[in-house]
Design a protein around this ligand. Structure first.
Ligand SMILES: Cc1cc2nc3c(=O)[nH]c(=O)nc-3n(C[C@H](O)[C@H](O)[C@H](O)COP(=O)(O)O)c2cc1C
Length: 207
C-alpha cells in the first residue's frame, strides 16, 4: 500500500470566511487526481417522528448565502425540512481524504432561482421529474416507463415547464467544519462558528 500523502491543514492556512475556505477545497477536490466529482453530499434532516434521516443530494450552487440543492417538494426530505427547517450536510472527498460538515437553517430558493436552474437541466431529467412521485411506492415499473414515454411525446416541440412541486432549498450555515486526514490518526480539524453576521470564530478540535 502506498503511504498516505501527508497534507496538513494549519491554522494559518485557513481563510477567514468558511465559504472561501470551502470554495478553495471544492476547487481542489475537482482536480485532485483520482477524484470523480465533489458535488454529492449527504443531507440529514429530522422527520416529524423525531428520527434523523440521511440521503445523498447534489450541491448545485453555493455562496455566502448558503448551499443549494434541488428536490421534489412532496418528498419526505422536503416535508421534513418544511416542518423543521434545519439540516446538516456532509461531504467526503477521497482523495484528498477531506471531510466538510455543515450545519444550518434551511430556506426555499426563490421561484426565479428555481426557474433559472430548471432551464439548465437536460430535457430527459426534466421529464424524469414529471414522471417520478419521489419516494412513493412503485406498484408497476412498466407504468413508470410508459408515463415517461407519454410525457416525452406530450412535450414534443416545446419547453418542459418546471412542476410547481420541484424546487430548491438553501442551507444557511451556522457551523462549518473542515477535517483533513493525517498519518497516525493525528488528523487536523477546524470548526468555524458564526459569531454574528459574516463574522466567524475558528477553533481547532481534537480529531
Ligand atoms: C449521488 C446521488 C445524488 C443525488 N442527488 C439528488 C438530488 O440532487 N435531489 C434529489 O431529490 N435526490 C437526489 N438523489 C436521490 C436521493 O438520495 C433520495 O433517494 C431521494 O431524493 C428521496 O429522498 P427522500 O425520500 O428522503 O426525500 C441522489 C442520490 C445519489 C446517490
Amino acid at each position: 500500500m502506498e503511504p498516505l500523502q501527508d497534507n496538513p491543514l494549519r491554522r494559518e492556512d485557513l481563510l477567514a470566511h468558511p465559504i472561501d475556505q470551502f470554495a478553495r477545497w471544492f476547487e481542489q477536490a475537482k482536480t485532485f487526481p483520482g477524484m470523480t466529482r465533489p458535488e454529492p453530499m449527504c443531507l440529514s434532516t429530522v422527520g416529524p417522528d423525531g428520527f434523523p434521516d440521511s440521503r445523498m443530494v447534489l450541491l448545485k450552487t453555493f455562496g455566502y448565502d448558503g448551499f443549494v440543492f434541488y428536490t421534489n417538494m412532496h418528498s419526505p426530505k422536503a416535508r421534513s425540512l418544511v416542518a423543521l427547517p434545519r439540516a446538516a450536510l456532509c461531504f467526503y472527498w477521497e482523495p484528498p481524504k477531506r471531510q466538510v460538515r455543515i450545519q444550518g437553517t434551511v430556506e426555499r430558493v426563490s421561484e426565479a432561482e428555481a426557474d433559472a436552474y430548471w432551464e439548465t437541466r437536460p430535457r430527459e431529467s426534466q421529464i424524469g421529474v414529471w414522471v417520478s412521485d419521489q419516494s412513493m411506492v412503485v406498484a408497476d415499473r412498466g407504468l413508470f416507463e410508459r408515463r415517461a414515454a407519454e410525457l416525452t411525446a406530450a412535450f414534443e416541440g416545446r419547453a418542459v415547464p418546471r412542476p410547481v412541486y420541484w424546487s430548491g432549498f438553501r442551507v444557511v450555515p451556522r457551523r462549518i467544519e473542515f477535517w483533513q486526514e493525517r498519518p497516525g490518526r493525528l488528523h487536523d480539524r477546524f470548526v468555524y462558528v458564526r459569531a454574528g453576521g459574516e463574522e466567524w470564530e475558528i477553533q481547532q478540535l481534537y480529531p
